[in-house]
Write a protein of this length. Structure first.
Length: 311
């Protein structure tokens, strides 16, 4: 059985917090959280319905939206507020029935209430003290550091004609030397369904993206317009045309901002949790649970094992 490291478990906890806290900023090209609450202009205390004389407010709708974010994502935006209101109405009615039955006086209910209070406080702390630090400025600073360390690699823009046999490749090579048009021949004779229809165009690629034989031949071409001799790979025989060479460029900020935002959030989350845990005495009295947690900590302490657990 795979052992989960404490680092991976913390990542899972963070994912749960993000899913339950739509307040996490979305300044980049991210899809917004499902909207179910009212526009910001409506005050949280605004009453939207009453049930047996008890109010349901815009704030209540927002709280329900946090708990039911996954359900809301599956339905049209126009139906979400009505769905939440129905849930809250059911909640009010059933809570009233539970109180009448004395369920709010049990020890189990008191324990559940304490758990729910601490969960709500955890979400509030996360939104304010952790997610609130993941600003656009922080993410741009992380991006700038990435760009400063970026090492350009050579990439090529090439096209190819793929055929099954050496004889076919030799015949095409002779046709090209006689003045045949590469793109036209690729459209007519290449057996590569992905590029053939586009005149053999493969776009840009860097080293490590193609099979070795093809890659070696493509990068060996020096000038735009150069055409290789027939090259064999596991797919057949290729004739490659170099279109362009250039150094790779770092991706634009808008392209990677969502991923960087998550990286910054994870770092801030880990730092804040470590800070909060410092000096806190934790005693796990259940032997089986303690053994599992010790194993998770050991998995994180061993880099190879920790990395394997995250695959």
């Amino acid at each position: 059985m795979m052992k989960l490291s404490s680092r991976l478990l913390r990542t899972i906890c963070l994912a749960a917090l993000i899913g339950a806290a739509p307040a996490v900023g979305s300044f980049a090209q991210e899809a917004p959280a499902p909207e179910a609450a009212a526009p910001a202009a409506i005050a949280p205390e605004t009453v939207v319905a009453t049930v047996g004389g008890e109010n349901i407010t815009e704030a209540d709708l927002s709280f329900a939206a946090e708990d039911l974010a996954q359900d809301l994502a599956q339905m049209p935006a126009a139906e979400r507020r009505a769905f939440l209101l129905r849930v809250l109405i059911d909640m009010k009615v059933m809570a009233g029935a539970a109180k009448t039955a004395g369920m709010d006086q049990t020890e189990l209910f008191a324990q559940r209430l304490k758990y729910l209070e601490e969960r709500a406080l955890r979400r509030a702390y996360f939104a304010d003290a952790i997610a609130g630090q993941v600003t656009e400025e922080a993410v741009r600073a992380e991006y700038d550091a990435f760009v400063a360390q970026f090492q350009p690699q050579e990439e090529v823009h090439a096209a190819h004609i793929l055929v099954e046999t050496k004889e076919e490749a030799d015949a095409i090579e002779a046709e090209l030397k006689a003045g045949g048009d590469f793109a036209t021949i690729a459209q007519e004779k290449s057996i590569d369904p992905g590029s053939g229809a586009n005149g053999g165009d493969l776009g840009f690629f860097a080293k490590g993206m193609m099979v070795p034989e093809f890659e070696t031949a493509a990068f060996a071409l020096a000038n735009p317009g150069d055409i290789s001799e027939p090259v064999q790979s596991q797919f057949g025989w290729h004739i490659i045309k170099l279109e362009e060479k250039r150094p790779t460029q770092p991706p634009a900020f808008e392209q990677v901002a969502p991923q960087i935002q998550q990286q910054v959030l994870m770092r801030v989350f880990n730092e804040k949790v470590e800070e909060l845990m410092a000096g806190v005495t934790i005693d796990v009295t259940d032997p089986a649970l303690k053994a599992t947690m010790d194993a998770q900590d050991a998995a994180q302490a061993t880099p190879a094992e920790g990395e394997a657990a995250q695959q």
